[in-house]
Design a protein around this ligand. Structure first.
Ligand SMILES: [Zn+2]
Length: 174
């Protein structure tokens, strides 16, 4: 995601990865992976030149140094964390209307996409026995949130995502 960028002298705020609690930070020539809650350093690499900027996309890190060299790094042995996403109908303020499609947000690349029909089929099968007055997010058990039928891959970056077993669509509400 292009916005995940930290430039030297800009405060060196850790850049959060989609993985919970894990972020990246640079300290002169060192690029480090941090536990954002404890501040503990999980991994470090010395690029032997002052790091000016870095970006992440999934498990790839690109860092630029003071000589203009670009370092491509791949993070290995990370957890198999799959970020959650929800099928949501957005209100498009610039058009003054509801989006025609429900979309999910990819937490790897930051893009929204229209889920495959099978995701909506899986949501319907998990919620079919619920009373219309019951909120699925409060009623469904953890197994429903981990249902393999809700696993998807972002069409842009192919990052794995787990859809929530419900939709958020307020288009027909008064
Ligand atoms: Zn993506």
């Amino acid at each position: 995601m292009n916005r995940r960028k930290s430039e030297w002298g800009a405060g060196r705020i850790p850049v959060a990865l989609p993985e919970p609690r894990v972020g990246l930070d640079s300290d002169d020539e060192l690029l480090q992976m941090l536990d954002l809650e404890t501040g503990h350093r999980l991994a470090v690499i010395d690029l032997l030149s002052t790091i000016f900027s870095f970006e992440t996309s999934r498990h790839v890190v690109v860092a630029g140094d003071r000589f203009g060299d670009v370092h491509m790094l791949t993070m290995l042995n990370r957890s198999s964390y799959v970020p959650p996403t929800t099928a949501v109908r957005l209100y498009l303020f610039d058009k003054g209307e509801w989006d025609r499609h429900l979309t999910g947000l990819c937490h790897w690349c930051g893009r929204r996409f229209v889920p495959e029909a099978r995701i909506f089929d899986a949501i319907r099968s998990l919620t079919t026995n619920l009373d219309p007055q019951q909120a699925p997010c409060l009623t469904l058990h953890d197994e429903a949130f981990a249902d393999p039928g809700l696993l998807a891959a972002c069409p842009s970056c192919h990052g794995p995502l787990q859809f929530d077993p419900f939709e958020v669509d307020n288009r027909d509400r008064a």
